[in-house]
Design a protein around this ligand. Sequence first.
Ligand SMILES: [Zn+2]
Length: 112
Amino acid sequence: MTPPPALTDLKCRNCGAALSAGDISPQLGAARCGHCRSLFALPTSSPASIPRPEVPLPAAFKMETLGDTLVITRRWRNFSAWFLLFFLLFIEQQLERHLGSTDIPVAGEHGH
Ligand SMILES: [Zn+2]
């Protein structure tokens, strides 16, 4: 039951000299003695990677990968946007068919 020693309390395993902060590389989990220049691993060599909690995406978001491209879409907004677009295109098509065409039956010109 020994608490993990602080990095500043570390001493050289070779000559016992106190290590300064500049002698210690937490990223590498190693230290180099400023006296005898010996390199040794830190006893409490904790990897640099700090466990990060995975942040879940909101339910409205959909994450997928297309090839090597990450695509994040908002589900309902995406759907309604496409629906609205198709709806508008459909309406426009209908309007064009009725207004843009020349052969609109006009009342009074039926008799031939
Ligand atoms: Zn040393």
